[in-house]
Design a protein around this ligand. Structure first.
Ligand code: GDP
Ligand code: MG
Length: 430
């Protein structure tokens, strides 16, 4: 998707005369790419209007960087849709907070509720799981296995067939035991059925969840809108988790679900393992969707390992690659760093690891504000680059390179002039 959008923008900026017709054509190409990525058709039509209105083609000064302006307009319009524009739910310490999962069978509920339980557990909450899926044989076994692996207390029954009774008993038991986060996994069906919806509402009434989360498979496609609407109307959920974002699906369905239900995405599932859960970040999500990479996602991923970062870095410096490997396959990590995938082409894992290591040092030495910025503050205050380089034990040139890769600043690339050549030379030396 990102490639197609970038190609459309590049075509436009290469066109000999940049007239409004060419601009309209480009917006059309972008719209088609979005629709193919399963963004809801009506939504795409609205986006088209938003982008056209925000770019104000006629008013652009002749030498404006049209490419960046248009890319930014697309980016901003998409971010605006997935940005929840509301405060997130935070469980209260010292209280019993009940969270209930809903969603179709295979969406990833059971996997994700264990991931979320671990996430809260790692943040100091006394956390547990309740299996209220009595519909699918083996559901309790699956939850039991996951929970045992994650060392999370669980409740379920092999004999009780009424999910409402199991949910109520489990939640009551754990409330008495003063658990702080009680996550209730429910059953799904292959299709939206009256029986499923009736059951969801009964469980909701029985356990009175503080938050209900709908789990949605990223590959849901155009069905996202009707499905999330149907769930919203019956089981009124307050948050969405998108799973399988590591898969081939473009993820446009997620955008449609948010737009249709005005409900925030809170986390995304990025793999089958316990640690493959990330806080949802609208900017990161959209930049990944558009192929721009995701620095913040990487930071979350490193944090989620719950390792002392200094120790990790020390291990890596000393050549103990086991820790960096624990962070997941290099290719996956590389995908999260803008431009990294391309830079690492042709490198083996060790070479790539070195490069990645230095990138992580650099990001580590930046403030949150700097990481979030468009890079202008580095141009305005070049001493920032010196500080980051010194703090990360790298060179100013490497910091510049990272910033350029991140498209945090288009200007610096020009300033570097032969920068790309130097970069290739430097890569050859590594
Ligand atoms: P449920 O029926 O909604 O409870 O779905 P499950 O939790 O049983 O998950 C269905 C399948 O999806 C399992 O094979 C999971 O391992 C897989 N799965 C869940 N989340 C993710 C994810 O984020 N990425 C990948 N690749 N697989 C996932
Ligand atoms: Mg399940």
């Amino acid at each position: 998707l990102g490639r197609r959008i970038n190609a459309a923008v590049t075509d436009l900026t290469r066109a000999p005369t940049l007239d409004e017709k060419a601009f309209d054509g480009m917006i059309k190409t972008i719209s088609n790419a979005l629709a193919e990525a399963d963004v809801n058709i009506k939504l795409v039509a609205n986006l088209r209007k938003t982008i056209k209105a925000s770019v104000k083609f006629h008013e652009l000064p002749p030498h404006a960087n049209k490419k960046r302006i248009i890319q930014k307009a697309v980016f901003d319009a998409l971010v605006d849709i997935v940005d929840p524009h509301q405060k997130e739910y935070v469980p209260k310490k010292g209280k019993s907070n009940v969270i209930m999962f809903v969603g179709l069978q295979g969406a990833g509920k059971t996997t994700t509720c264990t991931k979320l339980a671990r996430w809260y557990q790692a943040r100091g909450f006394k956390t547990c799981l309740v299996c209220a899926d009595t519909f699918r044989a083996g559901a309790f076994d699956q939850l039991k296995q996951n929970a045992t692996k994650a060392k999370i207390p669980y409740y379920g029954s092999l004999t009780q067939t009424d999910p409402v009774v199991v949910a109520r008993d489990g939640v009551e038991k754990f409330k008495k035991e003063r658990f702080e986060v009680i996550i209730v996994d429910t059953s799904g069906r292959h299709h939206q059925e009256d029986a499923l919806f009736a059951e969801m509402v009964e469980i909701q009434t029985a356990v009175q969840p503080h938050q209900t989360i709908m789990v949605l498979d990223a590959s849901i496609g155009q069905a996202a809108e009707s499905q999330s609407r149907a769930f919203k109307e019956t089981a009124d959920f307050g948050a969405i988790i998108i799973t399988k974002t590591d898969g081939a699906a473009a993820g446009g369905g997620a955008i449609s679900a948010v737009a249709a239900t005005h409900t925030p995405i809170v986390f995304i599932g990025t793999g089958e393992h316990l640690l493959d859960l990330e806080k949802f970040n609208p900017q990161s999500f959209v930049s990944k969707l558009l192929g721009m990479g995701d620095i913040q996602g990487l930071a979350e991923h490193v944090q989620s390992l719950n390792l002392n970062q200094k120790d990790t870095m020390k291990n890596i410096t000393e050549g103990k690659f086991s820790n960096i490997m624990k962070m997941g396959p290099l290719s996956k990590m590389a995908g999260m760093i803008p431009g990294m995938g391309g830079m690492m082409q042709g490198m083996d894992d060790e070479e790539g690891g070195m490069k990645l290591k230095r990138m992580i040092y650099i990001c580590d030495s930046m403030t949150v504000k700097e990481l979030d910025s468009d890079g202008r503050m580095f141009v305005e205050q070049p001493t920032r680059m010196t500080r980051v380089a010194r703090g990360s034990g790298t060179s100013v040139r490497e910091v510049e390179e990272l910033l350029t890769q991140q498209r945090m600043m288009g200007g610096i690339a020009k300033k570097m002039k032969g920068g790309m050549q130097n970069m290739q030379k430097a890569q050859g030396q590594m």
